[in-house]
Design a protein around this ligand. Structure first.
Ligand SMILES: [Zn+2]
Length: 235
């Protein structure tokens, strides 16, 4: 029997189309066609990944963290969809696989949230006093510039591998060290042609006292082996 967290499509039926590295504390973006699967991997160790996506044909349409939080939940996993902003408001991606062994913290903290906003240089300055700190806003803006998108296209992210919650005592958000480990990944199926950008957050795995920041992998797969697709085409 297959558990929820195993591949929705057997691994042997995934054909790798492209593989890209996001350097530690940097960003990268890739085009993903409808029906393809993007796999966000942690090849070196636990790492928070801020994910943004846009409709490749009309990038005014992008991921809506707030609506997704309401329709799907504040933490996402297998079967949850990423919704786009008004007026489109439709699924952009669906999570197919999540290998993270989630261990909810006593305060209810769990992984992959739609709670937190992307980090910015101003936020890091508030936290550390240092100006011009690396940050997810700039990483994502840099990553999408080659697709003709601007810093104003960057939006609040799906925070993959980030472990967060809401403190019932005071209603404030909190985050703790990620449950993710080296080798974990999340597969997302594209519901439309997309530009997908990821930032390796300079906050590392959520331990801000000793942030260790890792690179991230972005693999794009086509479900179905070439042989299977040929058979399907020929009936
Ligand atoms: Zn960040």
């Amino acid at each position: 029997m297959r558990s929820d967290r195993e591949l929705a499509i057997p691994a042997s039926e995934y054909e790798l189309l492209s593989r890209m590295d996001v350097a530690a504390s940097r960003g990268a973006a890739v085009k993903v066609r409808a029906g393809q699967v993007v796999r966000i991997t942690l090849p070196d160790g636990p790492q928070i990944v801020d994910l943004n996506c846009w409709n490749a044909k009309d990038p005014r349409e992008h991921f809506w963290s707030g609506r997704t939080r309401i329709l799907e939940g504040v933490h996402l996993s297998v079967g949850n969809r990423l919704w786009s902003i008004h007026p489109w408001m439709r699924p952009m991606m669906t999570i197919l696989t999540d290998t993270v062994e989630h261990r909810p913290s006593p305060g209810g903290g769990i992984g992959h949230d739609c709670l937190y906003a992307r980090c910015t240089d101003k936020l890091w300055e508030m936290l550390t006093g240092k100006k011009n700190h690396q940050n997810c806003q700039d990483n994502l803006a840099q990553a999408i510039s080659s697709f003709g998108l601007t810093p104003f296209h960057v939006h609040d992210a799906l925070n993959l591998f980030m472990k967060t919650g809401i403190d019932p005592q005071n209603g404030r958000l909190f985050f703790v060290k990620s449950d993710a480990k080296k080798g974990d990944y999340v597969d997302l199926s594209a519901e439309m042609d997309l530009i997908v950008a990821c930032s390796s957050c300079p906050g590392g795995a959520g331990d801000l006292q000793r942030p260790i920041v890792h690179r991230v992998g972005i693999d794009v797969y086509r479900p179905g082996t070439p042989e299977k697709r040929r058979r399907k085409r020929n009936g």
